[in-house]
Design a protein around this ligand. Structure first.
Ligand SMILES: Cc1cc2nc3c(=O)[nH]c(=O)nc-3n(C[C@H](O)[C@H](O)[C@H](O)COP(=O)(O)OP(=O)(O)OC[C@H]3O[C@@H](n4cnc5c(N)ncnc54)[C@H](O)[C@@H]3O)c2cc1C
Length: 430
C-alpha cells in the first residue's frame, strides 16, 4: 500500500451463511459488493489482508480508454459514467477528474502505433485525436521534448487509488454488505458439483454463489480447485513527488516515463518502458502463451531471476481446507520499489520537462500486476463449478474499469442483464 491509503474498520465475526461470498477486497471486489448490496442481495466480502492493500491502492489512478483494445472499451465507457457519479453514490470524493490522457511519440514508428489504435476505434466516437508537437506544447507547456506527435482523449481521467476502493467498501457496508478483513478464503466448498460455501481460515460460510476477485492470487486459488488459468506477474515501480507547480493536469505517458498530478499537488511518476518480469515456475507452465506479447512489448520488460522465484516456490499450489493456505502466509504482497527504475523515470522526465529538476520525493512503492495472455480480464461464470464466477486478470489496467467490472460481475452472479456484452471476457478463450 502507499503511505496515503486510508485503512477502514470492518467487522470481525464470520456469519454462518449468506447468498454471495466475494473473495478479495480490491477495486473489483468492493465494486461488486456495492452493486450487490444496492440490489438488496446478502453479500459477504472476505479479504486476506486489508481493503485495497495490493494493486488497488498502488496503481497510478489512470482511467483511460486511450490505447485500450477495442473489445475492452465498452466496459471503460460504462466505467466513466460510474466514476462521474461515484462521489454521489458513495458519499465521498474519490478524486475523480476528467483531466484527459495523452500518449506521446518521439519518432514515426511510435506515432504509427498511436495512429493505428485511433483508426481501430474510430467507430466508437471517443473524441480521441492526434496531436502535433505544437499542440502538445500548448496542452503541456514548459517542456523541452521534441515530439513526433501524440494521441489525446479529453474524456479520460483519473481518480485517487488511496481513496476509491475504501470509500466504495464503506458505501457497500452502509448498504448492508458485510466485509471482513484479515480473513483468507482457503477454498470453495461444493455439494453435488454446485457451490455450497467457502472455507476460510476462521471456518465455513454457507453461500449459493462465490465471486473470485482475487487479483494476482487468482491463478493459485483456481489451481487448487483443479482449474488452469494463465496469468504471469509484472512489477511496476512508481514514485510520488511533493507538491510542485507542474506543466499540466493532463496525465501524460511518454515512451520512457509517465506522470499525472496527484490530488495533493504532487506528481505520480513511472518509467513506462521498464516493468520487472520476475521469473517463476509459472513462466515454465504458461510462458509459451505470452510469445505474441513478448514480441510486441518485450523491450519494456526487465526479466530477472530474483528472490521472487524462491518466495513463490515456497508457497503451496495444492492444499486441503484444514491446512494453512498461501493466502494466510502473505497477507499483503508488498514488492520493493526498484530504485534504479524510479531514478530512471525521473531522469527521463527531466530531459523533456526540466521543471521536474526541483522535485522532492514523498514516497516510492511497487505493485504486482496480473497479466493474462491477451491483456484483457476474465469476467465469467466457471462451467466446472456451478455457482463460481470470476472477475480477474485485469492486466495492469483494471482500476479504471473496476467499478464497471464489479457491476458486470454482479450481473453475472445474479443472472441480471449484463452492463456490457461479457463475451469478450470469456474464460474459455484461453
Ligand atoms: C503500480 C501499478 C500501476 C497501475 N496503474 C494503473 C492505472 O493507472 N490504471 C488502471 O486502470 N490500472 C492500473 N493498474 C492495475 C490495477 O491496479 C489493477 O488492475 C486493479 O487494481 C485490480 O483490482 P483487483 O480488485 O482485481 O485486484 P487487487 O487490487 O489485487 O485485489 C485483490 C484482493 O484479493 C485479495 N485476495 C486474494 N486471494 C484471496 C483469498 N484467497 N482470500 C481473501 N482475499 C484474497 C488480495 O489480498 C487483494 O487485496 C496498476 C497496477 C499497478 C501495480
Amino acid at each position: 500500500m502507499t503511505k496515503t491509503l486510508q485503512l477502514i474498520n470492518t467487522e470481525s465475526t464470520l456469519p454462518a451463511a449468506t447468498t454471495v461470498v466475494i473473495i478479495g477486497g480490491g477495486i473489483v471486489g468492493v465494486s461488486a459488493a456495492l452493486s450487490l448490496a444496492e440490489r438488496n442481495i446478502p453479500v459477504v466480502l472476505l479479504e486476506k489482508g486489508h481493503i485495497a492493500g495490493e494493486q488497488s491502492s498502488r496503481n497510478l489512478g489512470w482511467i483511460r480508454k486511450t490505447s485500450r483494445h477495442i473489445d475492452d472499451i465498452p466496459l471503460a465507457i460504462a466505467a466513466d459514467q460510474l466514476w462521474a457519479d461515484m462521489a454521489k453514490r458513495v458519499g465521498k470524493d474519490v478524486g475523480y477528474k476528467q483531466t484527459g490522457i495523452m500518449f506521446l511519440a518521439q519518432n514515426e514508428a511510435q506515432l504509427a502505433t498511436h495512429e493505428a489504435w485511433l483508426e481501430s476505434v474510430k467507430s466508437l466516437s471517443l473524441g480521441s485525436k492526434m496531436l502535433s508537437a505544437q499542440e502538445i506544447n500548448e496542452y503541456a507547456p514548459r517542456g523541452a521534448g521534441s515530439w513526433a506527435g501524440g494521441v489525446y482523449t479529453p474524456s479520460d481521467g483519473k481518480a485517487e487509488p488511496h481513496l476509491a476502493a475504501t470509500a466504495i467498501a464503506n458505501a457497500a457496508i452502509n448498504r448492508g454488505a458485510k466485509i471482513i478483513q484479515n480473513c483468507a478464503v482457503r477454498s470453495v466448498i461444493t455439494a453435488g458439483g454446485k457451490v455450497s460455501g467457502v472455507m476460510t481460515e476462521q471456518g465455513e460460510i454457507r453461500c449459493e454463489q462465490v465471486l473470485l476477485a482475487g487479483g494476482v492470487w487468482s491463478r493459485r486459488f483456481l489451481g487448487n480447485l483443479g482449474i488452469s488459468y494463465p496469468t504471469l506477474p509484472l512489477i511496476c515501480s512508481a514514485l510520488r513527488t511533493k507538491p510542485l507547480d507542474g506543466p499540466t493536469d493532463i496525465a501524460i505517458g511518454g515512451p520512457n516515463f509517465s506522470f499525472r498530478k496527484h490530488d495533493d499537488g504532487g506528481y505520480i511518476i513511472t518509467q513506462r518502458a521498464r516493468l520487472e518480469a520476475p521469473l517463476s515456475l509459472d513462466h515454465l507452465l504458461v510462458g509459451h502463451r505470452y510469445l505474441k506479447q513478448l514480441r510486441t512489448q518485450g523491450g519494456a520488460l526487465d526479466v530477472s531471476l530474483s528472490r521472487y522465484f524462491l518466495d513463490d516456490l515456497a508457497l503451496k499450489r495444492k492444499w486441503r481446507n484444514d491446512q494453512i493456505s498461501p493466502f494466510e502466509k502473505v497477507r499483503t504482497l508488498n514488492p520493493d520499489a526498484n530504485q534504479s527504475i524510479v531514478d530512471e523515470a525521473l531522469t527521463n522526465l527531466r530531459e523533456v520537462w526540466p521543471l521536474f529538476e526541483e522535485v522532492e520525493i514523498a514516497e516510492t512503492w511497487a505493485g504486482l500486476m496480473d497479466i493474462t495472455p491477451d491483456s484483457n480480464p476474465v469476467i465469467d461464470r466457471i462451467d466446472a463449478v456451478d455457482g463460481l464466477t470470476v472477475a480477474i486478470g485485469f492486466s495492469g489496467h483494471g482500476f479504471g474499469t473496476g467499478p464497471a467490472a464489479g457491476a458486470l460481475a454482479a450481473d453475472l452472479v445474479t443472472n441480471a442483464s449484463p452492463l456490457v456484452n461479457p463475451s469478450v471476457y470469456r474464460f474459455d478463450r484461453f
